[in-house]
Every structure is written in structure tokens, then in C-alpha cells.
Design a protein around this ligand. Sequence first.
Ligand code: FPP
Length: 276
Amino acid sequence: MTHRETDLLARHGIDRGRVPAHVALIMDGNGRWANRQGLTRNEGHAAGEAALFDTVEGALELGVTDLTVYAFSTENWRRPPSEVRFLLNFNESLLLRRADELDERGVRVRFIGRRGRPVPKRLVALIERTEARTRDNARMTLRIAFNYGARAELVDAMQRAVDDAVAGRLQKVDTDAVAARLSDPDMPDVDLLIRTSGEQRLSNYLLWQAAYAELAFVDTLWPDFDRETLAACVVGYQRRDRRFGGAVDAPDPAAAPPASAAPPPPPPGAPGATSA
Ligand code: FPP
């Protein structure tokens, strides 16, 4: 551990044992940030790159094991063609310029989302190359949701289930059967989902995986987000009481602590849960 790693945790008073394993981000507010500075929306997206990579560093320092970022949704094709074109090129150039750094930092890169048309073949090839190159990295998995929409992901999972049932490979649809057919079946449930820019909605993001996520909506516009803002969100997360449906009375501070405080059973689909 470096001195700096101790810094971020200690400075924010973060309990190392209760850091959210999986943090998901909706990087919102680039356009508004740019407009306020008299810049174009695309310049706002470009400014978001520094925020993303500082946040990746912060996540590594905090010991987050899975970070998932929303880079382009299945609905974002509706944006003006010049912005769509910019975002396609931007994501490609970002991968080309940053793959070395991510690899050196021990980050495994994966993409979730549909890879068929209209995603350019060249971008798909680069995505596959980056995934293959970083496949064995184990410090953190950075998932980039690109041409991703939770409804599309669930529709695709249902279709795979139907195909497998027709082929005799699946007898019963249950939680595990759906989870195994999602875009990345290895992705754990989201613990903390952060949306920047003051908007308070999920916009078709990780609807299955975020079933029990703690939600944090912060006013910061994405280009102003950094590892410190991430740490502040983790502090808020550590104050929450996660119950997973198993409500318990708040402990009476006057009463003696229980001999063993067993956590509630995990929800269906969570690691360690048995299928209903
Ligand atoms: C969802 O809001 C937000 C996204 C899909 C994120 C889009 C992010 C970017 C375009 C910037 C990417 C930046 C970097 C640094 C890679 P929405 O606008 O799709 O949905 P809404 O209409 O409900 O707000």
C-alpha cells in the first residue's frame, strides 16, 4: 500500500472493510458543464475523460473490485448525428490511448451492451482486443456499458432462454437462468450506483444488477467529479443500512448488543443465494 492510498481512505474516514465492491456510475452533465463555460457539448465529453480516469484511480485506491460506467446507451443513437459520431470516435480513441495505462494498473476491461450494427466493426474489433489483452488482470474490473440498455439486455437474455429451452438445454426459467444469460454473467450485483448532475433517474441502466443497490445522486457535473467525490459517496454509502428485504428493528442503544448479529439472508440472485 502506498502512502497515497492510506490518504484517501483515512482522509475521508472510510472503513476499509465496508467499501462497496461494485460501484456503477452514470456520468451525466458533460453538456451542461460545457455550456456553462461557453464550450460545445463535445468539448464537455472530452473534459469528462480526466474525471473518469481520476475516478478509476480513486476506485483502485479504495479497493473497489468492480466499476461499471455508462458510456453510451441504446437510446443515445437519438442524439444529434454530430454528437453520436463524436462519441463513437471518442470511445475508440480513449481505448487506444488508455489501454496501456489500464493494463499496467491491473485493470481488466470488459464491455457490456450489444455489439452488432450500428456499432462500427472497427470499434468492436478494438473492444475485443482490449478485453483479450486485459483478461488476466485481477485488481479491478472496469466495465464500460456501450450501446447498452437494461431492457435490451433483458430482452436478449429472455431470447437466449427461449432458444435454450427450445433446444432442450433449459427446463425452467429462474433467477440464475436469467442472470447467466445477461451481457456479462460474471458481473456481481451493484452495491452503490452514483449519478452525477442532479438528475435522479436510472435511464435504463443495470435494472437487474442494481436491484438492491444504494443510490447516490450528486449535483456535481461529470467533468468536476473525481476520486474525492467518489470517496464522499462511499462515506454516504457506509452510513446506509442495507436490509435486502429483511427488515429488522433498529437496535435499542440502551440494550446490550446481541451475541451474534447475523446479516439477513442474501436476496435471490445475490452471490450465495439459492434459487427460488
Ligand atoms: C444516461 O443518460 C447517461 C449516459 C448513457 C451516459 C452518457 C455519457 C456520455 C455520453 C459521456 C461519456 C463520457 C466519457 C468520459 C466516456 P441519458 O442522457 O442517456 O438519459 P436521459 O435522457 O434519461 O437523461
